[in-house]
Design a binder for this molecule. Sequence first.
Ligand code: PLP
Length: 431
Amino acid sequence: MKIFEEIESEVQSYARSFPRIFNRAKGEFMWDEDGNEYLDFLAGAGTLNYGHNNPHFKDILLTYIQNDGITHGLDMHTKAKGEFLQTFNDKILKPRKMEYMVQFTGPTGTNAVEAAMKIARNVTGQQNIVTFTNGFHGVSLGSLAATGNSHHRDAAGVSLSGTHRMPYDGYLGEEIDTTEYLDKVLSDSSSGINSPAAVIVETVQGEGGINAASVEWLQNLQRVCRKHGLLLIVDDIQAGCGRTGDYFSFEEAGIEPDIITLSKSLGGYGLPFAVVLMKPELDQWKPGEHNGTFRGNNLAFVTAKAALDHYWSDQTFSNEIKRKGQYISDRLDQIVEQYGEGNFTAKGRGMFRGINCVNGEIAGKITSAAFKKGLIIETSGADDHVVKFLCPLIISDENLKKGIDIVESAVKEVCAKVDEIPEEVQYFQNG
Ligand SMILES: Cc1ncc(COP(=O)(O)O)c(C=O)c1O
């Protein structure tokens, strides 16, 4: 189909990695126009934790539409929104003893991040937000200022301000606890870092290369925030909604963020939806101060509620994610050990995993080889050097094994080709 070349903008990205015309999807599978089947280990960049066209929500959504339920409701009270809020409170917040107000933002992750940073600034009266190396929070200007990646930052066209960058966990080596540095600069009136409003952090950096912060680091980060009066914002847009094993990615660390952003898989069915959760005392918004036409995507409220009812009424789903996450981890450890003479490392948490490659070229070759074998899998990281495993959480054991087998054979193929290159050239390629 030539129309894509004719009039679709050059800004496309995933379409370049997977140049097919897709027209059907179910669970962990997608099919292209020619009927070729692909296992989907990209899952809408973390939006399809419950798979494509999940049968547990589909009929509920179809019935809602059939009955002329509200589709677009601005921020008006609707039955669908009320039922979502009730279920979210009953199944997610209350069992975790979490008391938060829920703000419906525009339906993209970046809009939730913008709102979270505005709240922090307005409530504290401070401008700057501490952000971390390799962090990714979206591409609208406020979120972009918090994002590390220069490819995205360079597109801003204006200077990006209002943030201080700090080293993330592991950035300076495994032995160094970078929260000590944060503590030090916040304690020093001459450090050049003037009382920031907040810290924004991902517990596992997705786009930044599947860097998982340790539980201790997250606890220390909270301690430093409390000590210096900074609000703690956890951006759980990609790591949340079950990806790491618990509903929220920070549960294992036992921390209590002041503000949380959620989007991506929140809507359950891949429908756009984002929220900010804030401690009640922070909810100092004036009516409509942060608005947006699409804050009321009622179709997403319906499927979000269905997802909570079906998957989050007890521990079963969470246990399953942890079991599958362990399987992925074991398999990746084994692949890393077997191939590439130690040039690969495995990383991540739960079902949010990656294989770190020496450079983006190798990672790209692995994902391209995997695609030829019927697996959709992407890279992430500063140089696209991490093969990123993001399969739907509902994937069957059989297909999980099948997908990892494909990656393994792609790694084997790419390593065999690298071995054919003379050693001096390999040395230069690996830097
Ligand atoms: C942690 C995190 N925050 C924010 C965003 C931005 O979300 P969106 O692309 O929906 O604006 C992303 C997107 O990948 C993300 O991973």
